[in-house]
Design a protein around this ligand. Structure first.
Ligand code: NAD
Length: 566
């Protein structure tokens, strides 16, 4: 007799302990006593029942106790592994404090140390040796309803260069923001590293390196591998699955964007997302400088993914305002490692993307000389050359502009072209400043405070992705990123501008994402790019009602009367 009743109890017990190890379902000490009894958890947890608020508080106390940001990153990743809803509660409620940890700048450091801090694998690692089997590997992923993939091959992680498989920290961090900022359910998000080797010599010698220990494959094999990956995603998750390219090397990033943009649901955040956030910041800056976009001249330090993306989107914005393509391009001046990008440059290095911005102009090698010659209204740094905006350059900008625009976008903080303090101090508080990584506020002599804008891509990509996923937008055009930029710029209030901010406060980024998602959807329906029908009438309500909630679900058994005599 006892054998009969033992078995279900044993099953229940096994289920209970498994539940505590399932990060999607685990609530830790927040399981109620009834849930503990019903699910075979009773006794596996200490008797206290915590509220989610108490759990959040415990995480925050531990967070502040950690000695370094890297330790904070490790702590948060442990929470994500243990209790996903709690992780998102903490992240969402403390975004301005946590974002610099799960994302830039700390995520850069975490990537550099990924081998050392590696605990539980997160995401899919697909190597070039797996060519021919990618669909099988995608099938190993436990979730079937994947709607968004962030993928990197680790060649250009932030401004840190080739980190190979250690680059996994980036897709993991970006997708955490998909959920925290845009409410895309974590089960729909899949981080992927495509490991094709690394040319980082120190990683090749590192005992803790977790990737393929061989040089990067630069052969046709690499292109075939990426092609197979794209097809495997579609065959596994459908044509609608969004694929965000992240931190690919410059050459491949532009090539793949062109190759895939009209065939797949894809975008490149380093090119298009960056462009959108920077253009939004410029649009808001114009309300401070009291100028029109077409009256501005831009010098870019760097002619890579970020600079070319920004320059192209600024041109699109100008053209939309009635400026000719040629005139708009004539206002963009790019400087790369060989100096001014100009026609017939003896030192060469003008690829297809730069050629559109190559001026008929004498070659100038040095950035300061370019600035003194061109006299731009705005300088934008995106070359990962720390300190490139020297004292002389910043002072020059203030000498020929009433309100110079200075964007030091290079990440992480150590690579910034200048600090907010340097920019404000050297221009006597006249400049409009934004950066890629966060900088503290600056107090002017009269006691007023300036808050530097952080041109963080997370203002844009989560909202765009949310819209693409919910409204089934098959292709993500550049126009969508211009729409998103305008939506973001419109959310900057007069009070924000008074404080020097060219972006809304980062803590409001969830609201920003909702508004961007709605504006993108309106544009997508107007241009017949959305394929969700019937078209939701109240798009904002539709968006909000589809966003992930970090509130725990109740697992308490629900009983209702059922007649026993059939
Ligand atoms: P990239 O590798 O595509 O381009 C780098 C460019 O810098 C290249 O054109 C290169 O020629 C140029 N360069 C290198 N050394 C130079 C020198 N001494 N002088 C002038 N130019 C030089 O990289 P990317 O994607 O354009 O990113 C560049 C930087 O911008 C990184 O630090 C990245 O983190 C940052 N970024 C910031 C944001 C943001 O703030 N939202 C977004 C994207 C990228």
């Amino acid at each position: 007799m006892s054998g009969k009743s033992d078995r279900p109890r044993l099953e229940l017990r096994r289920f209970g302990s498994e539940l505590l190890r399932d990060q999607r379902l685990n609530k830790g000490t927040a399981f109620s006593i009834r849930e503990r009894q019903a699910l075979g958890l009773h006794g596996l947890l200490p008797p206290v029942v915590s509220t989610p608020e108490m759990q959040e508080n415990r995480i925050l106390q531990n967070f502040t106790r950690q000695p370094t940001d890297l330790d904070r990153y490790i702590q948060l990743m442990d929470v994500q592994d243990r209790n996903e809803k709690l992780f998102y509660r903490v992240l969402c409620n403390n975004l301005d404090q946590m974002m610099p940890i799960v994302y830039t700048p700390t995520v850069g450091l975490a990537c550099e140390k990924y081998g050392l801090i590696f605990r539980r694998p997160r995401g899919l690692f697909i190597t070039i040796q797996d060519k021919g089997h990618i669909a099988d590997m995608l099938a190993s992923w436990p979730e079937r309803n994947v709607k968004a993939i962030v993928v990197t091959d680790g060649e250009r992680i932030l401004g840190l260069g080739d980190l190979g498989s250690f680059g996994m920290g980036i897709p993991v961090g970006k997708l955490a923001l998909y959920t925290a900022i845009a409410g895309v359910p974590p089960s729909q998000c899949l981080p992927i590293v495509l490991d094709v080797g690394t040319n980082n010599q120190s990683l090749l010698k590192d005992d803790f390196y977790i990737g393929l220990k061989k040089p990067r494959d630069r052969s046709d094999n690499y292109d075939e591998f990426i092609d197979e990956f794209m097809q495997a995603v579609v065959s596994t998750y459908g044509q609608d699955c969004l694929i965000q390219f992240e931190d690919f090397g410059n050459h491949n990033a532009f090539r793949f964007l062109e190759k895939y943009r009209n065939k797949y649901c894809t975008f490149n955040d380093d090119i298009q997302g960056t462009a959108s956030v920077a253009v939004a910041g410029i649009m808001a800056s114009l309300r401070i400088t009291q100028t029109e976009l077409k009256d501005n001249k831009f010098v870019f330090q760097g002619a890579g993914e970020a600079s070319l993306g920004i320059a192209s989107l600024l041109v699109m914005a100008m053209v939309e305002q009635g400026v000719s393509l040629e005139e708009a391009r004539s206002k963009m001046w790019l400087v790369d490692s060989r100096g001014l990008v100009c026609k017939d440059r003896a030192s060469g290095g003008i690829n297809h993307e730069k050629a559109a911005f190559a001026h008929q102009h004498e070659h100038i090698k040095n950035l300061a000389d370019v600035i003194n010659k061109i006299k731009p209204t705005a300088i934008i740094g995106a070359a990962a050359v720390a300190g490139a905006f020297t004292e002389d350059i910043i002072k020059s900008m203030a000498s020929f502009n009433k309100r110079p625009i200075i964007f030091a976008l290079s990440n992480p903080t150590s690579k910034a072209e200048c600090t907010a303090e340097q920019a404000y101090k050297l221009t006597n508080g006249k400049c409009v400043f934004a950066s890629g990584s966060p900088f503290p506020s600056y107090t002017l002599q009269d006691g007023s405070m300036l808050h530097p804008g952080q041109g963080n891509n997370s203002y844009i990509f989560p909202g765009v992705a949310l819209s693409v996923i919910l409204f089934k937008i098959h292709h993500v055009s550049d126009k969508i990123f211009l729409v998103a930029a305008k939506a973001l710029a419109d959310l900057v209030t007069k009070d924000n501008l008074k404080e020097g901010r060219v972006y809304p406060p980062l803590k409001d980024v969830r609201e920003v994402s909702v508004k961007i998602a709605v504006r993108v959807a309106e544009h997508a329906y107007a241009t017949k790019a959305a394929s969700l029908y019937p078209e939701p009438e109240d798009k904002e309500t539709f968006v909000r009602s589809n966003m992930y909630s970090y509130e725990y679900e109740s697992f308490e058994p629900q009983f209702y009367d059922w007649p026993s005599n059939l």
